[in-house]
Ligand binder design. Structure first.
Ligand code: IMP
Length: 203
């Protein structure tokens, strides 16, 4: 059966995997950029919306295809909402996910109590079509930063983020739970009508 297709404007394997599982039921194949002509992405700024649109637009224009991008981040109350849209670059270049997590835990050492460690994941997704059609949606997931890493599923800050109402980190809860409650899942749920417009997608 023919399926719709969309190119994921991301080089983050964790995001790609979540795009795929979140879109599986809509009969949309999510393709990576591997093996395609190189796309030049604009420098990322400090606004989720503008970043997501810029990434999706670059891919849609370069390939003449539907493109989907996500710009996301972790906002920590005790840090005044940082690192936010700069989450992927927190701590400077040269750090990997576990280095950034260690850096975050160190920054929060002076806030040991759970009540002081409120945070939320934010995700803005942009869908851009080959004719310039554009839809964006936002999702959030509230919780708190744990005192240490727990679990090994997911990516990024998942091992230190405990979603509200759960006992355990996102990395312990695993993909089935994450796909129900995450910032990304919530953003995608709002994008459903626009995604159904992709030729071959099931509405
Ligand atoms: P960007 O959207 O490519 O700028 O990067 C977003 C960054 O936010 C990622 O590199 C992660 O560090 C973090 N992030 C976004 N979504 C998640 C998530 O679902 N789990 C854990 N970390 C995330």
């Amino acid at each position: 059966m023919a399926r719709g297709r969309v190119f994921a404007a991301t080089s983050n394997p964790g995001k790609l995997e979540e795009f795929r599982s979140l879109l599986a039921e809509l009969s949309i194949e999510v393709l990576s950029l591997a093996g395609r002509p190189p796309v030049t992405f604009p420098e990322e700024g400090t606004e989720y919306e503008a970043n997501a649109i810029a990434k999706a637009r670059a891919v849609a224009e370069e390939l003449g295809e539907w493109a989907l991008a996500d710009d996301s981040g972790l906002e920590v109350d005790a840090l005044g909402g940082a690192p936010g849209p700069l989450s992927a670059r927190y701590g400077g270049p040269g750090l990997d996910d576990s280095g950034r997590v260690a850096r975050l835990l160190a920054a929060l050492e002076e806030f040991p109590q759970a009540l002081e460690r409120g945070a939320r994941f934010v995700c803005v997704v942009a869908l851009v079509g080959p004719g310039g059609e554009q839809t964006i949606a936002r999702g959030e997931c509230s919780g708190q930063i744990l005192n240490g890493v727990r679990g090994d599923e997911g990516f990024g800050y998942d091992p230190v983020f405990q979603p509200q109402g759960f006992d355990g980190s996102m990395a312990e809860l695993g993909p089935e739970v994450k796909d129900q409650i995450s910032h990304r899942a919530r953003a995608f749920a709002q994008l459903e009508a626009a995604l159904a417009e992709i030729p071959g997608a099931s509405g």
